[in-house]
Design a protein around this ligand. Structure first.
Ligand code: HAM
Length: 410
């Protein structure tokens, strides 16, 4: 028997309905903040991602050569593609651009719960605004979106300038190695690496920076940084809006394009793969042939949010099972159409079952049975049976539709 590829999943209808419900909540928040949906190709020229997305991601990419000999990659993330699209299609549009997306990404990782080779991100990119308010808006939106999903989470906010200040004497590749240790909170490895680089004293400052939780302490450890006022203004806006977050200047982020504010969300009830959101300010446009445009964005790991929410069905829909005898079939078609026109899910028997077997099936799959036999055909009424309570009444069609419709809103 053929199986699905490793690290991918099939989604049955119950799960898809829950996913669509949560997706709808995210879309709704995005819409209310003015973020409009965009869509980019599933695959791009490999170069788009090798330019700046960081070594980690490059190792994890699905790369292939197409029939024209071009090196392509399935997108491991969407930000680079959105900025490429911005340069191709919308460079001259009035700024800022507020865009969002919901799309699948592909990373060749070792699969485990919450870590897949195909996974979905709900993300936003704010392009062309280079202010404290822009940074703050994106973080506020991140927290409102996570709130809307119903997950319980913690949000950490940091800024790369402080760590960069401490690491400024190291080569870029050495900085990357140090940041990777800090990202994983691997302090033992950090000390070893810095000792080997002849900078053992840096370890203490870096560990204090990672562990400090106030801005004043962070500046005392890392020294003055040029963007201090903007950092203070961003945090003041977050406080004014009531965003719940912790400061964490150890956030290093796995992708290489971030330039300033960085933030990450963690689900409280997940194990190793508990990061459900990541983002920050970045500059990519100039690499792809555009102007040097400041951007800020984040992506929510949609599948991890769904794992965190658990099996609780987020979707409940009232179902009318249309049950009919042979002479009731034509009338049943009209009745089914009337229910569907009223927005109610109505299902007819397709198995040539008798009335009793249809009712037995409806009692397993539906909330109501709408019964149409000879009597109903003659009178124009329907018999409505509530399959949960057993209560049964003969009603005219509009009254039956009203009763089933009211059930869903109770
Ligand atoms: P990222 O942190 O690499 O950032 O991915 C965002 C989120 O995608 C992660 O926090 C995680 O929840 C989820 N994720 C990543 N890999 C997997 C996986 N293998 N399986 C399931 N979920 C996964 C970005 O991709 C940036 N483009 C975010 C961004 C947007 N920055 C600025 N704008």
């Amino acid at each position: 028997m053929l199986q699905k590829p490793r690290g991918t999943r099939d989604f049955l209808p119950d799960e898809m309905e829950s996913r669509r419900t949560v997706e709808g909540r995210l879309r709704d928040v995005g819409r209310r903040w003015g973020y409009r949906e965009v869509c980019t190709p599933e695959f791009e020229d490999l170069e788009l991602f090798t330019m700046r997305s960081g070594e980690g991601i490059i190792e994890e990419m699905y790369v292939f050569e197409d029939k024209g000999g071009r090196r392509m990659a399935l997108r491991p993330e969407i930000t680079a593609a959105v900025i490429r699209m911005y340069i191709n299609e919308a460079k001259v549009a009035p700024k800022p651009l507020r865009w969002c997306y919901f799309a699948d990404c592909f990373r060749y990782e070792r699969p485990q719960k919450g870590r897949y080779r195909q996974f979905w991100q709900f993300g936003v990119e704010l392009i062309g605004a280079d202010t404290a308010m822009a940074d703050a808006e994106v973080i506020m939106l991140a927290s409102e979106m996570l709130d809307a999903t119903g997950v319980s989470y913690e949000l950490n906010v940091g800024h790369l300038a402080l760590m960069k200040n401490l690491l400024c004497e190291l080569e870029p590749s050495a900085q990357r190695r140090v940041r990777a240790h800090l990202d994983k909170k691997d302090f033992g490895g950090l000390e070893e690496t810095l000792a080997a680089m002849g900078k053992p004293d840096l370890a203490d400052s870096l560990v204090s920076l990672v562990e400090c939780r106030t801005l004043a302490e962070a500046f005392a450890i890392a020294g003055e940084v040029p963007g201090r006022v903007r950092i203070e203004q961003t945090l003041a806006a977050l406080d004014a809006y009531g965003v719940k977050y912790s400061l964490n200047f150890g956030i290093a982020r796995g992708l290489d394009y971030y330039t300033g504010m960085v933030f990450e969300g963690f689900a409280s009830n997940l194990g190793a793969e508990n990061q459900i959101l990541g983002g920050g300010t970045y500059r990519l446009a100039h690499l792809f042939g555009g102007d040097d445009v400041a951007s800020c964005g984040f992506a929510i790991g949609f599948d991890r949010v769904m794992v965190s929410l658990g099996d609780a069905r987020t979707h409940q829909e009232t179902i009318a099972g249309i049950v009919c005898t042979e002479e009731g079939r034509i009338r049943a078609l009209e009745v089914a159409r009337a229910f569907r026109s009223a927005g109610i899910r109505a299902e007819m028997d397709l198995m040539d079952r008798g009335l009793g077997a249809q009712l037995a099936h409806a009692s397993r799959s539906s909330d109501f049975a709408v019964i149409i036999g000879r009597r109903e055909v003659e009178s124009g009424a329907v018999t409505l049976k509530n399959l949960k309570t057993g209560e049964q009444n003969t009603l005219d069609l509009p009254a039956a539709i009203a009763e089933v419709g009211a059930h869903g809103t109770r």
